[in-house]
Design a protein around this ligand. Structure first.
Ligand code: DOR
Ligand code: ZN
Length: 372
């Protein structure tokens, strides 16, 4: 008889505590960038994820038209290593002037999977974003008709008087103002509240309990909280939008993702920036988590004693929301601690610092699981 505790998941596969086999996951929110950066980031993404929703906030020109979508997809496919089995799921970047017909047709023709809405100025490369949500109501109508999801950067930048809202309160204001109105104006529009970071967001999604509202949760918001960031010797590498919140919020996120609820799914929001941009003042917002994201999600589920719910979060809930089939292929993670040993080099001379890396080897984040 085995002395290891044995758990069984829904499909009755045996999970031993030092090895877990799940369907290959997808990343429902990732930044691949373009050019040399894309070449560096893509193999690390395809390593762990079969598909990914690719964010359209390229600089200087975001992915706005169907022609942009088609060309960006081609550049991604060209940059894929041979033998990689990876499908990019493309998105449009919503602007005040986006064409409702073009976007809906891009979806029904199979060029794009979703639309991303950034409130103008809310985060990295969001200057072309939406200045007033009424400007894009025609687009939402068309999307609702064809079943195309809208992916929301769920933060309000300014209050009604035009005052800039504190970064720690921006998600809450969005949940109190923009999101309820959007849901009541478009009750059958599929909405993803991207990178939820607060207990209020979790509550909102759980209360809605709707097939039309899902939410991605990043690994960095699960692993870290505000006081961890404040104690860090290099806080610029923990800077992202939405900012990392308090321990109380972190706890709510950890409970939600591991709960087995179908409304939450994996979205790393891995956002690479050259170290030179992260070392600037202010630093570029974005955390590059893709090299260890899947392993760290597994670690969170283990810490919460909920490994049996890992596969739903990483590999089943996302496809279900998007109306896609889950992946066929299985992957195995084993308990085998490691740390990230270096920055990632980019062929143009830049380097990107992964989440968990530190120049001081004793300060590197220990990652307990390894993808076989
Ligand atoms: O921290 C972030 N970085 N948040 C975003 O919403 C965008 C992203 C990026 O593109 O770097
Ligand atoms: Zn993002």
């Amino acid at each position: 008889m085995s002395i290891l505790p044995i758990l069984r998941n829904a499909s009755d596969r045996i999970l031993e505590m030092d090895s877990i086999t799940i369907r290959k996951p997808d990343d429902w929110h990732t930044h691949l960038r373009d050019g040399a950066m894309l070449e560096a980031v893509l193999p690390l993404t395809a390593r762990a994820f079969r598909r990914a929703i690719v964010m359209p906030n390229l600089a200087p020109n975001p992915v706005v038209t169907t022609e942009d979508v088609i060309q960006y997809r081609e550049r991604i496919l060209k940059a894929l290593p041979q033998n990689a089995n990876f499908t990019p799921l493309m998105t449009y970047y919503l602007t005040d002037n986006s064409s409702a017909e073009e976007i809906a047709k891009g979806f029904t023709d199979g060029h794009a999977t979703a639309v991303k809405m950034y409130p103008a100025g809310a985060t990295t490369n969001s200057t072309h974003g939406v200045t007033n949500i009424q400007n894009v109501y025609k687009v939402f109508e068309a999307m609702q008709k064809v079943g195309m999801p809208i992916l929301l950067h769920g933060e309000s930048l300014k209050d009604l008087n035009g005052n800039v809202i504190d970064p720690y309160d921006r998600e809450k204001v969005f949940l109190d103002t923009t999101l309820p109105k959007l849901r009541s104006d478009f009750p059958e529009l599929k909405i993803v509240l991207e990178h939820a970071t607060t207990k209020d967001a979790i509550q909102f999604v759980q209360d809605a309990n709707s097939n039309f509202l899902g939410s991605t949760i990043t690994i960095h918001h699960l692993v870290e909280n505000k006081s961890v960031v404040e104690k860090s010797s290099a806080p610029q590498y923990h800077h992202c939008m939405p900012v990392i919140k308090s321990e109380e919020n972190q706890k709510a996120l950890r409970e939600a993702v591991t709960s087995g609820s179908p409304h939450f799914f994996l979205g790393t929001d891995s956002a690479p920036h050259p170290t030179t941009s992260k070392e600037k003042d202010p630093p570029a917002a974005g955390i590059f988590s893709i090299p260890s994201a899947l392993e760290l999600y597994t670690q969170v589920f283990e810490e919460m004693g909920k490994l049996e719910n890992l596969e739903a979060f990483t590999s089943l809930n996302g496809p279900r929301f998007y109306g896609l089939q889950p992946n066929d292929k299985m992957i195995t993670l084993t308990k085998s601690p490691w740390t990230i040993a270096s920055d990632v080099s980019v062929s143009n001379g830049d380097s990107i610092r992964p989440f968990g890396f530190d120049d001081d080897a004793t300060k590197r984040l220990v990652i307990n699981w390894k993808l076989s």
